[in-house]
Design a protein around this ligand. Structure first.
Ligand code: ADP
Ligand code: ZN
Ligand code: ZN
Length: 735
């Protein structure tokens, strides 16, 4: 009797194991390639899983195995390289393999959809449209604009519309008039000859030296460290051109907020080869199409956010991670992977170069550069004519503030506006005020479900907990002493907007935060207004800090520089420094020199002083030396086991058990240490009590070995059922 054929399958279940099935009846064995999707019965449902391997033995008796229903793909859905990366990542981040693969695949493929491109609608002019005389549609300028775009480009798709700021209604109007029509078109392989659409810039000496040190092939991680405007993107573009010339593809990762139409446009206008984007604003079909185009090699440059690291590539040639320090590269729930770190792993396995670019590199990356693991490329000057902004520290102690703004700051704003320029006021707190306070008894509006205060919002007026989303009406009298002297406490963007509006009644004030940009296209419309160049004041949160260039902003005001200094998260100061410099980098591009005013109550704080007087690198050195003393990353490796439950004792008991088990496997010593269980920074959130156990290790190996033994034990532990728990390897957010 020949050996049985058994399929080992990853299924999207929270269970940390692989599942064995028999092949579907009547299937030729050569149809069973690892990496194909298989539909299988699971309990009473049908699940779509991924075939990991075909084997001849199972730990279960054969008559207990069920047969798979159907094999959904003729060929492997993923190249082996990517499948193996996912398996490695599932192990490393302690995520059930089915869940990890599930996260890595486009939604439609998880649901069993055929892996075939549907084709994208393109609009073109009809014969009638082409025959229009010059100056037609004069009375409908928006339609004329679209007509002109179609005339010059031949055809346009939805991405083009988004980039050109063309609305659906404009397109519809031309269609209704019979001037434009739509046809579906799949991306065709590009002609291999034309790589560039425009001539690249002549690199500065510094840029040239940096590019020369990025190898054209073979693995090498390079940290490209240069201020905003120093010409990093130009280096990416030229490195990509080299890759395309070799007939290979480029994968570019950017933070969620950095994938702007401007970024895309810059790549598309440089290259004559297909550029596709992958981001959360696309629908499932668009995402699948882009994924397939990348896999089949028709898309040559793929620009995407975090999960794009799992894009299959037919001819991978280079990976670039822009703003590599950005915390959005780490997924905070479920499959808690770091796209930046996986990029390094993937490039290494593919033997291709990796560029990590940032104006404010993560301390981990600087450390890797210093210890020689990364090639360190530094751009010290701004490219083109632009000068670095000058930074003034404004000590606001004992100054009379007008709604958070010091007198000097206000006069600088006034001057900037008078000279016809724009101002950016940065405040990383949305809403009207961080909370509401009773002037008579000191009562504060606290959230009943969290250890947190409720934010006061004015438009519409309500109290809102930003942690659990609980909302309620604003009380008219104090619930504690019945006084009616309730007042907002502190500053939020709505309040700053109001204050600036009454102080500068003639000036346009544009607020940019999550509330003001909720409506579709609201952000885009705001940006269009800023780019008109008219004097205005932009007030906003970190949405303003990344990805956007505001060429006419010559003054940046940072209202509350101190927030991160005293954070209990050890990364607080690092994040603060990065954010401040990112915001400061918005000013003074092109020919207009910029200035930055930083208001602080702690101008003597060594970190603030160092950052302002000696810059990010000295600041980073200072934090790194503290981290070395306190034995925190990058000098030690961390993992957190988190647990939360409605009854605090359940979560604590579970974590105590985790620690007990861990110590049995590996008693605490220099190699591996344990801290906790301790309450999370916000102990109660959404009615759940949250605790964490920290594991810290001198190296990744012992930590990985311990976690690999612990995770399956925890999964089966009786106490685990009474709490929600998770493991976070290399946690970025310690809260
Ligand atoms: P970064 O990505 O570091 O912010 P960019 O590559 O966007 O910097 O460059 C900033 C500006 O300087 C852009 O407008 C870019 O076109 C211009 N620039 C970059 N490199 C050069 C160069 N070698 N010569 C002239 N202008 C350049
Ligand atoms: Zn009161
Ligand atoms: Zn709450």
């Amino acid at each position: 009797m020949s050996a049985p054929t058994i399929l080992e399958i990853a299924l999207p279940t929270p269970l940390r194991r692989r599942f064995d099935y028999l092949p579907p009846a009547g299937l030729a064995p050569d149809a069973l390639q690892p990496g194909t999707r298989v539909q299988v019965p699971f309990g009473r449902q049908q699940l779509v899983g991924l075939l990991l391997r075909v084997k001849s033995e199972s730990s279960l008796p054969l008559d207990k195995l069920r047969a798979a229903e159907t094999v959904l793909d003729r060929d492997a859905l993923l190249p082996p390289e990517l499948l193996n990366l996912c398996l490695w990542a599932a192990d490393y981040y302690q995520c059930p393999v089915g869940e990890a693969l599930h996260t890595a695949l486009p939604v439609l493929l998880r649901q069993g959809e055929v892996a075939r491109e549907q084709g994208e609608p393109y609009w073109h002019l009809t014969t009638e449209g082409k025959g229009l005389p010059e100056g037609a549609l004069k009375r409908a300028p928006r339609q004329a604009e679209l007509l002109a775009a179609l005339q010059s480009r031949g055809q346009l798709n939805r991405t083009d519309f988004a980039m050109l700021g063309i609305a659906r209604s404009q397109v519809k109007a031309l269609e209704d008039k019979g001037l434009a029509a739509c046809r579906e078109q799949t991306l065709t392989p590009p002609p291999a000859t034309a790589i560039l659409r425009e001539t690249p810039l002549t690199l500065s000496e510094e840029q040239q030296a940096a590019l020369a040190r990025i190898p054209a092939e073979g693995f090498q991680a390079c940290l490209l460290d240069g201020a905003t405007g120093s010409g990093k993107t130009e280096i990416y573009l030229q490195a990509i051109a080299r890759t395309l010339e070799q007939g290979r593809q480029a994968l570019v990762l950017v933070p969620e907020i950095g994938l702007t139409p401007q970024t895309l446009a810059r790549f598309q206008s440089r290259f004559a080869q297909p550029v596709v984007a992958l981001h959360s604003g696309m629908n499932d079909r668009e995402r699948l199409d882009a994924w397939l185009q990348a896999r089949d090699g028709r898309a040559r440059i793929i620009i995407g956010t975090r999960s794009a690291i799992f894009t299959p590539l037919a001819q991978p040639g280079i990976i670039i991670v822009d703003e590599e320090h950005d915390s959005s590269f780490k997924q905070q729930d479920g499959f808690r992977y770091s796209a930046r770190d996986l990029a390094a792993m993937r490039a290494n396995r593919l033997k291709i170069p990796l560029i990590l670019g940032s104006a404010t590199p993560a301390l981990e990356s600087l450390h890797n550069a210093r210890t020689g693991r990364y090639q360190y490329l530094r751009l010290s000057r701004r490219a083109g004519a632009a000068q670095a902004p000058t930074i003034h520290l404004n000590d606001i102690r004992r100054q009379t503030l007008e709604e958070g703004l010091a007198p000097d700051t206000l006069s600088a704003i006034g001057e900037t506006l008078r000279s016809g320029n724009q101002v950016l006021v940065f405040l990383n707190r949305r809403g009207y005020a961080p909370t509401l306070e009773c002037h008579d008894c000191g009562w504060l509006a606290e959230c009943g479900h969290c250890d947190a205060r409720m934010t006061l919002h004015q438009a519409p007026r309500h109290l809102h907990c930003h942690h659990c989303d609980h909302q309620r009406a604003v009380p008219k009298i104090c619930p504690s002493c019945r006084s009616s002297h309730l007042q907002p406490l502190g500053q939020g963007t709505e309040r700053s907007e109001e204050a600036l509006r009454s102080r500068f009644p003639e000036t346009r004030i544009l607020r940019v935060d999550r509330d003001s940009t909720r409506r579709k296209h609201a952000f885009r419309d705001l940006l269009t207004e800023v780019h008109s160049g008219e004097p205005c004041i932009l007030v906003g949160t970190q949405m303003l800090a990344k990805g956007h260039h505001f060429p006419d902003v010559t003054l940046v005001v940072i209202l509350d520089a101190d927030a991160g200094l005293f954070s209990t998260d050890f990364r607080g100061p690092e994040r603060m420094g990065q954010l401040l410099l990112q915001v400061a980098g918005r000013a003074g591009r092109a020919d207009k020199p910029g200035q930055v005013i930083l208001q602080s109550h702690h101008t003597d704080h060594p970190l603030v002083r160092t950052l302002m007087e000696r810059g990010y690198h000295a600041f980073a050195e200072l934090i790194l030396s503290e981290r070395r003393l306190t034995q925190l990353p990058p000098f030690r490796h961390l993992a957190l086991v988190r647990a939360e439950s409605k009854r605090p004792e359940n979560a604590v008991a579970f974590l105590q058990q985790v620690r007990h088990l861990a110590e049995q496997h590996h008693p605490a010593n220099h190699e591996l240490g344990y801290l906790g269980p301790l309450p999370a920074m916000m102990e109660k959130r959404g009615d759940r009590f949250r605790y964490q156990l920290q594991l810290n290790a001198a190296g990744r190996k012992p930590l990985q070995a311990l976690l690999a033994r612990l995770a399956p034990e925890l999964e089966n532990h009786a106490l685990a059922k009474r709490t929600r728990w998770s493991i976070d390897v290399d946690p970025q957010d310690m809260s």
